[in-house]
Write a protein that binds this ligand. Structure first.
Ligand code: ARG
Length: 284
């Protein structure tokens, strides 16, 4: 399926406020945006795709650190009453993720310790079907708390969520552009990614990684990409590279159902563990 709107399930991709104000992003516009944090410091973006699930980039995950996810707030530093902070219980990185050479399979899922309650500030985004290919030229949006300029230091980041409109470029064309720039003989942008470009020099940047690239179809917002990498930020003629979510649709749903079944297995095992020793004690 190349053209048209993707098929999505219901109950996702809606926001209560439909007017896009100026930048920074206005409240309630991107209710699926989350900040992935370590010790209360923003490290990456992510998106809420279920009440216990956050989609992010694999390169955002550094070992077994204590992650929390902040949801429902456009201010990354101060926590408003609409926001919740949830510890991450488990992280699943794509089994074929590789950061070497060109980054591959840059996708990960975070399972929250408890489900979040949806509100006008907290909503899941939809993800597309496996066969969906976002068309070149589609206007989509990327959001995040990443650097505003390439030269800014890593600590000099905005407090308020930023938004930028980008036009989609398919990976084949994107590969031609970035390959030339990098003077590479091998392909640098491969299947499993999609690119976003703005003639105005808008782009994602460090700190935006893991965050969503979303497009609107029939008043429903669908996540087509995950911020992955780029050559610097905001250079005209240089698109940013995003993991193409539709390609990983099966991986996402498989991992989600595997984790839920393990969760319910643990739920069944716990009473068994408690009852069995009692049974042994009781046997003559
Ligand atoms: N890798 C960066 C991060 O960790 C994202 C870079 C995106 N760059 C770009 N020019 N679009 O936050």
């Amino acid at each position: 399926m190349a053209a048209g709107a993707p098929q999505v399930s219901s109950g996702c991709g809606h926001r209560s406020l439909r007017i896009v104000g100026g930048r920074p992003a206005s409240e309630k516009n991107w209710p699926w945006q989350v900040s992935l944090q370590i010790h209360d410091e923003h490290v990456c973006g992510g998106s809420l795709i279920g009440n216990r699930w956050v989609l992010t980039a694999a390169h955002c995950i550094y070992g077994h650190l204590d992650y929390t996810v902040k949801i429902g707030d456009i201010n990354v530093k101060h926590t408003s009453t609409t926001a919740v902070k949830v510890p991450v219980q488990d992280i699943v990185i794509h089994q074929d993720y590789s950061p070497f050479g060109t980054i591959k399979n840059d996708i990960a899922l975070a399972l929250l310790e408890f489900p979040v309650k949806y509100s006008s500030h907290i909503q899941p985004v939809c993800f597309p079907q496996k066969a969906f290919e976002v068309q070149a030229g589609t206007e989509c949006w990327v959001t995040g708390w990443g650097k505003l300029h390439e030269k800014d230091s890593k600590d000099d980041v905005p407090e308020l969520l930023q938004e930028a409109e980008l036009s989609i470029i398919r990976y084949q064309e994107c590969n031609e552009i970035l390959k030339k720039k990098l003077e590479s003989i091998s392909n640098v942008v491969k299947k499993g990614t999609v690119c976003g470009y703005s003639a105005l020099g808008k782009d994602s940047c460090q700190g935006d990684s893991g965050g969503p690239l979303v497009c609107e179809y029939n008043e429903t917002w669908v996540q087509v990409g995950i911020v992955s990498w780029g050559i610097g930020c905001g250079h005209r003629h240089l698109p940013g590279v995003y993991t193409e979510v539709s390609v990983y649709k099966d991986w996402i749903t498989d991992r989600m159902s595997l984790a839920s079944s393990q969760d319910s297995a643990a739920f069944l095992l716990l009473p068994l563990c408690l009852v069995l020793p009692l049974g042994i004690l009781a046997t003559p």
